[in-house]
Design a protein around this ligand. Structure first.
Ligand code: FAD
Length: 483
């Protein structure tokens, strides 16, 4: 049929995956249309994810730090919370970043269409204009004709079916809205998102309970590291319920009443002023009429792709949360670049670009809690399960001059090396600034470094980063002195 707009590349979704793909494609000389139902670009990450959570976590970390300063010889008064101002700070941070994105889109001449996109065929997308805070459809429709498309429609929070519709039951978006600090808060799901939001609310004054089906919080991270986190965060929780399911909930005038059932059959109940559901995210694959373009979507709503991010339909690509785990912004960005490069290569007959592929060896994860926990590659348990024999270097921060000077020597840096190849296969850090340090371990894995490479790399003294060099020396057996 006839189209209102024509382009080389249509990008569906303006999150980290979508805007990265759109910008790279435009930089490579393609005509790009970016469709986003929200008024701002940035997707979950900038609007209701990574960035607002870190704006609040920064404030919480400063508050926690200050509360320990009396031991170091300086006493501050009791913090006085102005929740409207704090929310305003968070909104300002979001505004700065999303405003920056929209300026960058303009600069690159990327056409941003605000509306809800649904496929009408393998070369057409229908966009129904949206407006206002609730993304109401205005009824105005446009058809975009494209040569190639990149689906970056992301994911949304999973909702437990039995949770009552009530303002006291929220997902991460509701928790980030920060309308109140409850006395007693339940976090359903002990993963990164739940624990980050729990950290914020607990520092602001809430008492926490957490319920998790598995046998430990922060699944995926090395247990040695989580042990330290558990110890340092005990004070936030009244009740840590592991191997426990949340099975029911009712709204009552006294609070949200929630029922739990242990995997051993024990039943219990609690009443909460706020319940945060953080039990995972589900991809948006089933909401974009993918079938009209012939795109295969899995039962769970994921879209499978190859290493070039191509779906089963040759001119249609997909990236980010919608293609699978790990659902992380930095993964989405790299996938977006690959898709844009492959497309530009194919449209422009550039074989080098056309052969671009996603070939990351590893993708790092970070919990921006206090202390932070960051990890990449194999954990010790995973190495064992996969039959990879590893040599480990575990460096305690009680031997780090900088950590001691900071008054924060609870951390550990742990590196794992393959006994056969000697190459580094995994690493993790628990401690302040762990997230900012993990990149070095990622680089070491990508470059196939061994313990000597890392141990002989001169790290500045006194820094927390030195702990990475020291852990390598410990694994290599060459560590004779600790600073
Ligand atoms: P999204 O960011 O989900 O963007 C998809 C976009 O597509 C959305 O803007 C949506 O409105 C739009 N869209 C969807 N369907 C349509 C349609 N049919 N028409 C028009 N538009 C549509 N990751 C990290 O790496 N680090 C973190 O610290 C971190 N913290 C997080 C904290 C929280 C509370 C949450 C919820 C997530 C966090 N994440 C973090 C995960 C991160 O936000 C996601 O991995 C990332 O946003 C995925 O990017 P994406 O481009 O795939 O999709």
């Amino acid at each position: 049929g006839s189209a209102d707009v024509e382009c080389d590349v249509l990008v569906l979704g303006g999150g980290p995956g979508g805007y990265s793909a759109a910008f790279r494609a435009a930089d490579l000389g393609l005509k790009v249309v970016l469709v986003e139902r929200y008024a701002t670009l940035g997707g979950v990450c900038l609007n209701v994810g990574c960035i607002p959570s870190k704006a609040l976590l920064h404030v919480a970390a400063v508050m926690d730090e200050v509360s320990h300063m009396a031991d170091l010889g300086v006493e501050f008064g009791k913090p006085v919370l102005n929740i409207d101002k704090l929310r305003g700070h968070k909104e300002k941070v979001i505004g700065k970043l999303t405003g920056g994105l929209s300026a960058m889109a303009k600069m690159r001449k990327v056409t941003v269409l605000r509306g809800y996109g649904s496929f009408a065929g393998a070369n057409h997308l229908e966009v129904e204009e949206t407006s206002g805070a609730a993304q109401q459809k205005t009824g105005k429709k446009q058809v975009v004709a494209f040569k190639k498309a990149i689906i970056a429609a992301g994911s949304q929070a999973v909702r437990l079916p039995f949770m009552p519709e009530d303002p006291r039951v929220v997902d991460s978006t509701g928790a980030l809205a920060l309308t109140q600090v409850p006395k007693k808060m339940l976090i359903v799901g002990g993963g990164i998102i739940g624990l980050e939001m729990g950290t914020v609310y607990s520092t602001l004054g809430a008492r926490l309970d957490v319920v998790e089906m598995m046998d430990g919080l922060m699944q995926g991270a090395d247990r040695d590291l989580v042990k330290v986190w558990d110890k340092m965060n005990k004070h936030r929780f009244d009740n840590v319920m592991l191997k426990t399911k949340t099975v029911g909930a009712q709204a009552t005038p006294q609070g949200i009443k929630v029922q739990f059932e242990g995997l051993d059959g024990t039943k219990s109940e609690g009443v909460y002023d706020l319940v945060l559901q953080a039990v995972g995210r589900t991809p948006n694959g089933k909401k974009i009429s993918a079938e009209k373009a012939g795109i295969a979507v899995t039962d769970r709503g994921f879209i499978n792709v190859d290493v070039q991010m191509r779906t089963n339909v040759p001119n249609i690509f997909a990236i980010g949360d919608i293609v699978g785990q790990p659902m992380l912004a930095h993964k989405a960005v790299h996938e977006g670049h690959v898709a844009a490069e492959v497309i530009a290569g194919e449209l422009q007959g550039n074989p080098e670009l056309a052969s671009s592929a996603f070939d990351a060896r590893v993708i790092p994860s970070v919990a921006y809690t206090d202390p932070e926990v960051a990890w990449v590659g194999l954990t010790e348990d995973q190495a064992k399960a996969q039959g990879v024999k590893v040599k480990k270097g575990l460096f305690p921060w009680t031997a780090s001059g900088r950590a001691i000077a900071n008054g924060r020597d609870e951390g550990y840096t742990k590196l794992l090396f393959d006994e056969e190849t000697h190459r580094i296969v995994g690493g993790g850090i628990v401690g302040t600034h762990a997230g900012d340090m993990i990149g070095e371990i990622v680089l070491a894995i990508e470059m196939g470094a061994d313990a000597v490479d890392i141990g002989k790399t001169i790290h500045p003294h006194p820094t927390l980063g030195e702990s990475i060099g020291m852990a390598a020396e410990i694994a290599h057996g060459s560590c004779t002195d600790v600073p």
